[in-house]
Write a new protein. Structure first.
Ligand code: NAD
Ligand code: MG
Length: 400
């Protein structure tokens, strides 16, 4: 029998991280957890370390890492605790690691995810922000270092499952007319438009079909999530924007579709359970048990499809425009969105101010060719600064 594959889970304590470990735990003969990482959640990471006994645990925050090391000294002395971005990057590239689950949220995931690609790992990509920021560089690293790139985002994983077996990342598959990304429309799909600007973080995070981290939940409510996914799809499948379409599908049963030139349309269906795409990527090219329940089509009954309203989801057009502009524009879009979403979650700005903040940053920041990581990170920082200026003006307007 083959030795178990070593896996690093970046962002182990988050929604995708926990689902990944749930699938991994079902297959102790196939996978061995080599490293786990988290931002600040010491308790949760300690619990995971005791259960999975990785060789390494890494925390971004140095104080948190110290507390983790103190906790593990007695009960799991074999776990070596690292800290900082350097620690995350180190565990993404370890020699004993075959698979890296990239499940850190936001731009913070870029460096370790890129490291995994540069080390030729099987990269299970949940962290779409990394690809949005650095699409060309990231895809080049995947090709140059013969990494295997498997999307975890349910839509892109669905598309992958509907493509021919010989598809290679970033190259347009022959015979494809278009890719259709489905979107639930989030919790505000039918809310009267005049109520939208003042919805609360709790309402925005109450997704009708999926349980996810708070940032992606807000992104689903604004549909910036689908905007980021549009960009992600163009890079992953080597398609121009015109060949990627977004369709609202409130039931979240069809996770996406591929239409071929002969008019055939293939779809992937399943319950909205992230363990399905995770198990697909872990088992690929085979199939393994995920723990997800069978989809009962008779209970689902009817499937609906609609066009997204542009007035309700302005972030979708902002993302498409940024992709059309190219260069560092998607990195600017992503950075401004991260700042705006955090400010909304912290109750500093209303929901309605999110797209305005992103638009402001896109207008204020110069776009450059995204030819190096340094340039991308510079424009990411410039966009964060612009978004913060916009937020400060917004807060002054509210308190006046
Ligand atoms: P989450 O907020 O639940 O978890 C995020 C993880 O990243 C946690 O382990 C956290 O400790 C870590 N983290 C947060 N900030 C960090 C930082 N600055 N540096 C290092 N680590 C940090 O998020 P999630 O819902 O699991 O999403 C993770 C990624 O997967 C996101 O990019 C999201 O877009 C993508 N994704 C999630 C889902 C889903 O169903 N949750 C679906 C598709 C794609
Ligand atoms: Mg998705």
């Amino acid at each position: 029998m083959n030795r178990p594959a070593g896996i690093t889970v970046l962002g182990a304590t988050g929604s995708i991280g926990v689902n990944t470990l749930d699938v991994v735990a079902r297959h102790p003969d196939r996978f061995r957890v080599e490293a786990l990482t988290a931002n600040t959640s010491v308790d949760k990471l300690a619990e995971q370390c005791l259960r999975f006994r990785p060789r390494y645990a890494a925390m971004v925050d140095a104080d948190a890492a110290q507390r983790l090391a103190d906790r593990l000294r007695q009960d799991a002395p074999g776990v070596q605790v690292l800290h900082g971005t350097a620690g995350l990057v180190q565990v993404a590239g370890l020699a004993g690691v075959d698979y890296v689950m990239a499940a850190i949220v936001g731009a913070a995931g870029l460096l370790p995810t890129l490291e995994a690609a540069r080390r030729g790992k099987r990269v299970l990509l949940a962290n779409k922000e990394a690809l949005v920021m650095s699409g060309a560089l990231f895809m080049q690293a995947v090709r140059e270092h013969a990494a295997t790139l498997l999307p975890i985002d349910s839509e892109h994983n669905a598309v992958l499952q509907c493509l021919p077996d010989d598809y290679s990342p970033g190259r347009a598959p022959p015979g494809v007319r278009q890719v259709l990304l489905t979107a639930s429309g989030g919790p505000f799909r039918t809310l009267p438009l005049d109520k939208l600007p003042n919805v609360t973080p709790e309402q925005a995070c109450a997704h009708p079909n999926w349980v996810m981290g708070r940032k992606i939940s807000v992104d689903s409510a604004t549909m910036m999530n689908k905007g980021l996914e549009l960009i992600e799809a163009c890079w992953l499948f080597g398609l121009p924007l015109e060949q990627v379409r977004v369709v609202l599908h409130p039931q979240s049963i069809i996770h996406s579709l591929v239409e071929y030139t002969d008019g055939s349309m293939l779809a992937q269906l399943g319950n909205p359970d992230m363990r399905i795409p995770i198990a697909h990527a872990l088992g690929w090219p085979g199939r393994i048990e995920s723990g997800a329940a069978s989809l009962d089509l008779l209970t689902v009954g009817a499937l609906q499809f609609e066009a997204p309203e542009s007035a309700r989801y302005p972030c979708l057009a902002l993302a498409a425009d940024a992709m059309r502009t190219g260069g560092t524009a998607p990195a600017i879009l992503n950075a401004a969105n991260e700042v705006a979403v955090q400010a909304f979650l912290d109750r500093q700005i209303p929901f309605g101010a999110i797209p305005a903040t992103i638009r402001y940053a896109l207008e204020q920041c110069s776009v450059h060719a995204a030819t190096s990581l340094e340039l991308i990170l510079e424009d990411d920082a410039a966009a964060r600064a612009a978004a913060r200026r916009c937020l400060a003006a917004e807060r002054r307007a509210v308190t006046r």
